[in-house]
Design a binder for this molecule. Structure first.
Ligand code: ADP
Ligand code: ADP
Length: 237
């Protein structure tokens, strides 16, 4: 499903983002990426959907190399990947519904929904996604009225509304308190188990990775420290 072959990313011709990374992630996996700040976690995730471009190596999605795709083809590939950010990345002044529809329709969706231009099928998908994260009673609430945990649930619904095969999450719980972080992790777990969506999640907190992820990839200074099933990593940490 996701394959990186000998991938190196270098910023500004000097700073190593990731170096010589080889890995393969199969459909339905729930993978945690760990490592200290600056280790390359964020760069790794951004490489999977080519938000950053490798200087060396190849990126494959569903068996197809995407490293050198033109922007139009890349957009199609990205549509099958949901991205969840640390800072939620919502339009604060838009409703929960509009934010979720944006995952599907792009940034026209406020305009489209204002004029009821979205299809019933889009609305149904948005509602289903919001039900999945328990926010179906908040659809007309503005995003800026929500707590951090609720905002992240909207962001997850927004990703789900794209009907993705893969969800990439970049430190999605780092801005939340521990209890709220666990709630968010449980939603990822449920989505992975129920919908078989492949999830790759960057986590600062190793214990959360050990508790929820099936496989853990550790990075240090842009390089692979280890890549193991969760049950096999305890002695390394
Ligand atoms: P992590 O997500 O584990 O904190 P990052 O992937 O953000 O690690 O960073 C890996 C390395 O790449 C760090 O040295 C960081 O400073 C550098 N880096 C990340 N993004 C950029 C950028 N846009 N420009 C220059 N250097 C960057
Ligand atoms: P993340 O939380 O995703 O690891 P960071 O806090 O490392 O992000 O960086 C925030 C933003 O600054 C990102 O867009 C990242 O690409 C960029 N960035 C990170 N390190 C550097 C750097 N050394 N020089 C320039 N930009 C950087």
């Amino acid at each position: 499903m996701i394959k990186l072959e000998d991938v190196t990313v270098i910023y500004n011709n000097k700073t190593i983002g990731i170096k010589d990374i080889n890995l393969e992630i199969k459909k339905g996996e729930f993978v945690g990426i760990i490592g200290s700040s600056g280790g390359g976690k964020s760069t790794l995730l951004k490489t999977v959907n080519l938000l950053v471009k490798p200087v060396k190596g190849k990126v494959y999605i569903n068996g197809k190399e995407i490293t050198d795709l033109d922007i139009a083809s890349l957009r199609k590939v990205r549509r099958e990947m949901g991205f969840v950010f640390q800072d939620y990345n919502l339009v604060e002044r838009a409703s929960v519904l509009n934010n979720v529809l944006m995952g599907r329709l792009g940034y026209l969706s406020s305009f489209q929904s204002f004029f009821n231009l979205y299809k019933d099928s889009d609305y149904t998908l948005a509602l289903q996604a919001l039900e999945e994260v328990g926010l179906e009673d908040k659809i007309f609430v503005r995003a800026d009225r929500l707590s951090g945990g609720q905002k992240q649930r909207v962001a997850i619904a927004k990703a789900l509304c794209q009907q993705p095969k893969i969800i990439l999450a970049d430190e999605p719980v780092s801005n939340l308190d521990f209890k709220t972080g666990e709630i968010i992790m449980n939603y990822f777990k449920k989505i992975n188990e129920k919908q078989k969506i492949t999830i790759v999640i960057n986590l600062h907190d190793v214990n959360l990775a050990l508790k929820y992820c099936h496989r853990i990839i550790a990075l240090s200074k842009g390089q692979l420290l280890f890549d193991k099933k969760t049950g096999e990593v305890d002695d390394e940490l």
